[in-house]
Write a protein that binds this ligand. Sequence first.
Ligand code: 26V
Length: 795
Amino acid sequence: MTTTELREAILAHLKYALGTDPDRASVTDWRIALSYAIRDRIVDPWFASTQAAEAAKGKRVYYLSMEFLIGRLLEDAVVNLGLMESASAAMSSLGLDLDTVLSDEPDAALGNGGLGRLAACFLESLATVGCPAYGYGIRYEHGLFRQSFVDGRQVESPEDWLRQPHAWEFERPGAAFEIGFGGRVASNAGRTEWTPAESVVAEAYDTPVIGWKGRWANTLRLWSAKPTTFFDLDRFNRGDYYGAAEPEALARTISRVLYPDDTTEEGKRLRLKQEYFFTAASLNDILRRFLSEHDDLRQLPRKVAIQLNDTHPAIAGPELVRLLHDVHGMPLDEAIVTARGCLSYTNHTLLPEALERWSEGLMGSLLPRHLSLIERIDAAHAAAHPDRGITMRENGEVKMGELAFCMAHKVNGVSALHTELMKRTVFSELHRLHPERILNQTNGVTPRRWVLSANPRLSGLLTDAIGEEWVDDLERLHEIEPLAEDAGFREDYAAAKRANKEELASYLRAERGVSVDPEAMFDVQIKRIHEYKRQHLNILEAIALWQEIGDNPNGDWTPRVKIFGGKAAPGYVFAKEIIHLINSVAQVINSDPVTSKFLKIDYPANYNVSLAERLIPASDLSEQISTAGKEASGTGNMKFALNGALTIGTLDGANVEIRELVGAENFFLFGMDADEVMARRAIDGHAARAIEADPRLARALDAIRDGAFSPGERGRFDAIVSNLSQADYFLVSSDFTDYWRAQREVDVAYRDRTAWMRMAILNTARSGWFSSDRTIRSYMSQIWNAQGLLADAGT
Ligand code: 26V
């Protein structure tokens, strides 16, 4: 598409779709007009792909996920269609800067963190490799809350991404299913029938997902909850206006808001409703599509692969059995085997508090038929394994991990270590019974978003050096390995990083009034705030460093800027304390005239995908410092390594694999490994001992205790201090000394810029394996038995 054609298309949409003209149009109007013009280019490949999949009558993959953390869509589409230059030229011919227009788009924040972002990377890779697939989820009216800081404390407010027209979706009033809740179960002529007490309508909204070079496009289908009847006219006519609107309000509540990753009591019922709502709608849709092409439901596993992204859609097991058995009359045993043939389950966490359990009381009242099927499935499993010492129900609760495991033919972890720990801990008993079921699929990230778009300077350099093929064949990055020894390439690589850092520095100055020196090391920790991720270990090290610099202000210190980003679940009090501490420490340290040329701390509020795209390319050091055994994989760690940030990290999740691939000499390792963690925890008073043994740690904790960061409010952070001195379940104190040691090694290494750049280049060169294209191909061959159809789309 030429610049002129694109320009004409934009002007036409501005006029005919938005009803405005160039003199009056706002940036948002222009952005939407551009989005429509780009969307038009997606529709043909999208139709071609859908038709190719229909013609092939092959297997389709269905990725069921409560979360899709997509971020902005326009840039993705422009990049994947190869229209960056035309779009930029068209926009400037209209007097606009493309970057300004692209950044006007609100993030689609339909996810909490790693799990949701992984789903978004997978969608893009599924389209890139040409695998016929659908993402299924919920069209939340409000995504993840907005975070702001008031006096250093996190304050949440509702996010409102749909306030502006959403240019990427197509509403499908014709694709709608009624979803029931509650009611009674009765037997009728040998068949079991469930008569729900209430129901809502799930209506589909489709977003095309275009792969690299526009060769293939899939569909993300998100369900929105609508009432079965709009309003109660009788009540309205009686003047009861609120009452009349009640059915609509109740129904719409289901897709109103994304659950923040927490474990509050209230809202449990609504969460279970959300889970069943989107799972049931998706399965109905999948069966409808199957039956439009085939007639023998026993063939379902040959044509349908359903991936459960964590246990959130685990009710899919009993629901599919119900549809096959109760609705379509398949014998129960066969229905269970058929459902299992279609389903597979990904586990994303071993944290006991994050493993879903639903009380049988709640489940029985919302989903009575499903509860009785779970009992049947459990009994069938127990009968097949008489020596089995466990069941999927315990203390009046249904364990969703066990249910998902028993109803899946494959169960996967998301990094090598995590998968080993799944076998050894949470699923040890089930693993013994089904040793072939668990397998590893190490996570990956899409290089189109996380290198090509986010880091155009590095991308240009890579393409100049080895051609463009790396973009969808990321292991080609190995070809730049020899260039680590090429002084000219190292200089170019350093210049690209430097320019990214300058850009970030001006952003921080403009947006936050913070001034940082691009010459300093940019040390970044961005992720949800959680004790196991140990942001408090990072801030303790900052305090100790600040004290040491203060003792010797004329020392030869390596200047650092520590940047934090991340949200705490609204109900997670301790995580919010950590945020407050970081902000309070930042305030004191940044205003210290003696130390601030060596150490600054910044914590921009409302960390999201778009901010990650700014921060990662400008980072020198990637903080991956979780307690070993707790971070299932991490995916930020991969994005940093690809963009040439060196990792300081523990042997946890995919850090282990990153270190193996980039080389131990290009990775700053510290801390206990997972086995040592378990052993240390068993030692009485481990925290007190660690503090006693390290005067730096003791002094940093004393400063917090004495109110150095809470002037006039001594004891403000006692919850943190006493946790770290006593229970310290996540072993912050015990790992501090080694973390400090590794950080000082980082300081020394950063001073030798040549050596540092060599290490950074090797990180980029050797991280190509972490492309989500590799992960998706592996799921296709090892779990889904699905084929890519790129050639069939006529490309
Ligand atoms: C739990 C809950 C609990 C109730 C309310 C809502 C909610 C939402 C999400 C979760 C589970 C989060 C699990 C998760 O995000 N795991 C992360 O998955 C990433 C992708 O596999 C992985 O890289 C991270 O290490 C892992 O923490």
